[in-house]
Write a protein that binds this ligand. Sequence first.
Ligand code: GP9
Ligand code: MN
Length: 718
Amino acid sequence: MKKISSALGRIISTRLGFVFTLLICYWLKSIWAYNVDFTLDIQTPYQFFLSILNPLPIGLLFIGLALYIKNTKGFYITTWILYSILNILLIANAIYYREFSDFITISAMLASSKTSAGLGDSALNLLRFWDILFIIDYVILAILFLTKRIRTDKRPFNKRASFAVTALSGMLFTANLFMAEIDRPELLTRGFSNYYIVRSIGLPAFTAYSANQTYQAQKERSAATADDLTEVKSYVSEHYAAPNDQYYGIAKGKNVIVIHLESFQQFLINYKLTVDGQSYEVTPFLNSLYNSNSTLAFSNFFNQVKAGKTSDAETLMETSLFGLNSGSYMVNYGGDNTAFAAPSILAQTGGYTSAVFHGNVGSFWNRNNTYKQWGYNYFFDASYFEDQTDSNSFQYGLNDKYFFKDSIKYLERMQQPFYAKFITVSNHYPYTSLDNESSEQGFPLAQTDDETINGYFQTANYLDSALKSFFDYLKASGLYDNSIIVLYGDHYGISDSRNTSLAPLLGKDSQTWTEYDNAMMQRVPYMIHIPGYTGGGVQDTYGGEVDALPTLLHILGVDTSNYVQMGQDLLSKDNDQTVALRTSGYYITPEYTSYKGHLYYTKTGQEITNPDQSTQDATNQIKQAVATQLSMSDAVQTGDLLRFDTDNGLKTVDTSTISYSKQFQQEKDIEKELGTASTSLYSQNGNQSTVDLFNAPSYMQLHGTSSSSSSSSSSSSN
Ligand code: GP9
Ligand code: MN
């Protein structure tokens, strides 16, 4: 034993041995923090392996730099400094994570005054006793040095050998990056979520990534001027579509409930899946909404997202601006840019309180920061939902029935009128979220050779059933009568590359399936359900997600003529029905469809290979219009131009007043403060909760099997 310890002592007493000792300490502490402090959502052994590996390359690169220093004192001091920088980064993130459930980004650091205001607890309160592990190595090494069990090494390290260490760590890092890319293609270009990056390439690399992100954004931001906004504003006023009197203000003052239908495509509406000769209606409840005259439903509404997927849809729907041509707007700019989004506009024009409900971690797509800029008062993420277990949630969060059920506790405490957005997840690729919930199985799987397609109908049916339960609750609680419900699909669920396998289910031939068909598959639902209203019906106007906000605001009686919005009210008579997809050159109008290098007549799907002069003129004009719309949007987004928009009658959001921690308490405090003036459903209901009014029978309970007969009174939660 003694021999081992003295041998160890000798190794640590060499310069290289010392560097490796510190590296091992850093490695162990990182793994500790990854598993105890952070939620990295490690799903596969491969991801686990990456997370174990990733502290090493950068740790070695960093601490190894000290080896270049010849002078003994200089070497040891530099080693300690470099090592401490890594440690401070780790500890600071561990503490920060406890409050924000996110890693420290450079933009958050630069805006530290804002973030510290959002810090509900003081940093001291966030310390845990086991944090001692983060510094215990310092104590042990100091003792070992003082007791001379390890000594300093006076021999300078060979320059070539130092270089070899640097080269080795560089190679390891490259290998790490490569393996990370295999696990999640486009990891760094699309952003997704900060924990994806930490999980794959480690904390220091994440910090560097975030610094680059901020640097790039700042560069464009500082080059932009108020004149750029003037140009945008003249485009916006030319492009403005005035509201239609028939619809203006028809839902003024009502609560707005927005439901984000994950990966939900329009073709599912009124669709019947045939399996073994039997036909199954996939989304009976959504169909009933679509076909109701209390719903303004749109049959030619297209998604306009790109790499930012869900986050692009949210940006489009709530700000009437496009996402970016590459990466996610919410990830790259959302937390910093001035925005005039739906929650902020409605708060200022109609006294609305706003909330987002979503059963995934709050940092995904940088929601936790973006929502503050958008003026959301509350954001209830996964940490607020008590029913979350492995069996009823999956990679992207809590299954929809539990999600709606658990949301009600917070919804009923919101002051009315409210604007509340529910982001569902169960109908998300790979469409297997119900695999662990046997009582939800029963809706048939489609029988194609593509498993993704096969599961899509079952999860869509589950979403539909969850929605019905939620509507039943709204009716039972009375919220229904003074609310409108907006539903939209965010983007495709079945990608173009799978569409040929889907074709037979749509009555089409895989052989003759074209890019035109792929383009038409980009339709998603957009419905505004207005209880008590009977002037609705299916509208055939061509439009896209960018058009949703002006449409909704006009229905709510909000004048948008002073706002910088890229879309047009879909109900306006001035609407030009030109739908720009996010990839330049792709568009859809009632006459022409241009998609992936092909041009078609929209009505017939017939390809135009040799356009005549008049077709060329018409399509050139459309091309110009969509290019302008996108470039104006990009100028606003990348230049943060709305910070110059000071005369639109709106104040910018003061994010320092918004905190997404202890939100239940915040709601209760407001109720208390308002006393009898409180307009929350809970207060109106004589301080009685309405939570029990929610029932979400499972598929088996609804449809019965030999073992369990149909019953609609039991809840999915038990
Ligand atoms: C994640 C969920 C899915 O929280 O919204 O995002 P997506 O993968 O569809 O972009
Ligand atoms: Mn999505």
